[in-house]
Design a protein around this ligand. Structure first.
Ligand SMILES: [Zn+2]
Length: 249
């Protein structure tokens, strides 16, 4: 058992949320009970996830995508009311870390994603240094890398193979980081991997020769929250379980 405030402090020390400009609040988003025994991690605080975690006996949730985002109008109505109501009715804490969890160098989404693809970064790039870049590891071509990603993630990626060059440097950033493609090219990447693709990236891959691989937003961000939660659970002697809610995106 641990105190919620001690867990909050440990997460803040590790993730340094105050050093990021983010799209929503990082840290404790919904306050539940003060004593924590069972931590459940997940990608997104959807209603299905919250219900499954409560069924599993969770008193504290740790996710990458929390409940509150810039652009919401602040009303607790409809689906958002349902999610919050469930948490409060069961006195469950919700911790959410967005960009700080992408960036964290050991347990974060980018670090854990790179590990699944046998790559580790030796530099960062892009806005707020969220992008990771490093040697291509075992991958010689973009199509080989895309096949490796399909095996590692269990989901076929969208691959624009560029000009088919031999890979020396690969850049990656999990989730909806397709807008980082030009920064990855400028940083010297021969291929860039992220979760999502938008229309312009296909043309950029063809015209610059740099490969663009989209693995799925959810698929690329399944690893940070459970790695971080497992670390916190071990440190504080808590039970931990990751609950996957399937998402085709
Ligand atoms: Zn995301």
């Amino acid at each position: 058992m641990a105190q919620r405030c001690d867990i909050e402090q440990a997460l803040a020390t590790l993730l340094r949320p105050d050093t990021f400009r983010d799209y929503g609040p990082n840290g404790l988003q919904v306050e539940g009970r003060a004593e924590v025994k069972k931590l459940v991690s997940g990608v997104t605080a959807s209603l299905a996830f919250i219900d499954a975690a409560i069924d599993a006996g969770a008193d504290t949730l740790l996710v990458h995508h929390g409940l509150f985002w810039r652009g919401q109008d602040g009303r607790l109505t409809g689906w958002l009311r349902e999610r919050v109501a469930r948490l409060i009715a069961h006195d469950v804490n919700l911790f959410a870390y967005h960009l700080p969890l992408d960036a964290e160098p050991v347990f974060g989404n980018n670090a854990q994603f790179g590990m699944r693809l046998q790559m580790s970064a030796d530099a960062r790039f892009g806005e707020q240094d969220l992008g990771f870049i490093g040697p291509a590891g075992p991958w010689r071509t973009a199509t080989g890398l895309a096949e490796g990603a399909a095996q590692a993630l269990g989901r076929a990626p969208v691959c624009l193979a560029g000009d088919g060059r031999a890979l020396r440097r690969v850049a990656w950033c999990t989730g909806g980081a397709q807008g980082y493609f030009e920064a990855a090219i400028a940083a010297g990447a021969d291929a860039f991997i992220t979760g999502e693709i938008s229309e312009p990236q296909a043309h950029l891959a063809r015209e610059t020769g740099v490969a663009f691989i989209a693995c799925g937003h959810h698929a690329s961000e399944r690893y940070g929250a459970p790695a971080l939660a497992a670390h916190i659970a071990e440190r504080f002697g808590l039970e931990h379980r990751f609950i996957e809610i399937d998402n085709p995106a």
